[in-house]
Design a protein around this ligand. Structure first.
Ligand code: SF4
Length: 214
């Protein structure tokens, strides 16, 4: 059986049971999979490979390049207690969706692409003849520019013409735009710096950790 168009997440898998997840349950769910460190009363962390080109890396870079640098040097992804819920909900929905969609004969999940020293892992690739169409699964409610940029990088790397962003209740087609590739170069530059980039603070939950790293 071949997949022609990806379906929204909640039309393929159960999403309802994750609606009432609270921060404490999310943290204990995370602890089943990895060690979770408490760095400050409301700042937690887990080990993370920053060479993996994820929306989280792109988001952190856009929020503050120094945040990306600090986390890369520590080898830790920092998060607040409140964000644990969306992290865990996202991970569980990803796993369910990828399991369900891998029943199709023309689908590959977790498709790896080397990008120099970075690694892109496309959630789903649909094979249509010689064309490989990237599909990224996004479990938050809003479309973020980081989602489009990450997908456009994959579209470029797979030499595709377009790709799809799959959300809980809709699917968005994204056209190729090679200008997103500039972002890759900027992220690589930050990760290769010996000294941290300029601070960009207004208010930030990670300030106590960040200011100690120079
Ligand atoms: S404290 Fe400031 S410089 Fe550090 S990560 Fe937060 S915003 Fe960036």
């Amino acid at each position: 059986m071949e997949l022609l168009l990806p379906k929204p997440i909640c039309s393929l898998v159960n999403c309802d049971d994750l609606e009432n997840l609270d921060a404490e349950s999310a943290l204990s769910e995370m602890r089943k999979e990895q060690e979770v460190f408490i760095l400050l009363p409301d700042v937690y962390a887990y080990r993370y490979d920053f060479r993996r080109l994820s929306p989280s890396v792109i988001n952190d870079f856009e929020y503050c390049p120094r945040l990306l640098w600090v986390q890369y040097k520590l080898g830790l992804k920092l998060f607040t207690k409140n964000s644990a819920v969306s992290l865990v909900r996202g991970r569980l929905l990803h796993e369910r969706y990828e399991r369900a969609i891998s029943d199709f004969d023309n689908v590959v999940t977790e498709y790896k692409i080397e990008v120099g020293e970075l690694v892109g892992v496309v959630d789903v690739v649909i094979k249509r003849g010689r064309e490989y169409i990237p599909v990224e699964v996004k479990t938050g409610m809003a479309t973020k520019e980081a989602h489009r940029k990450q997908l456009q990088i994959y579209i470029y790397l797979l030499k595709a013409r377009y790709g799809y962003l799959v959300y809980r209740n809709r699917v968005e087609r994204v056209e190729r735009d090679d200008s997103a590739v500039e972002l890759l170069a900027n992220i690589k530059k930050i990760l290769s710096m010996d000294k941290p980039p300029e601070a960009r603070c207004s208010s930030c939950p990670f300030m106590a950790i960040c200011k100690n790293l120079n």
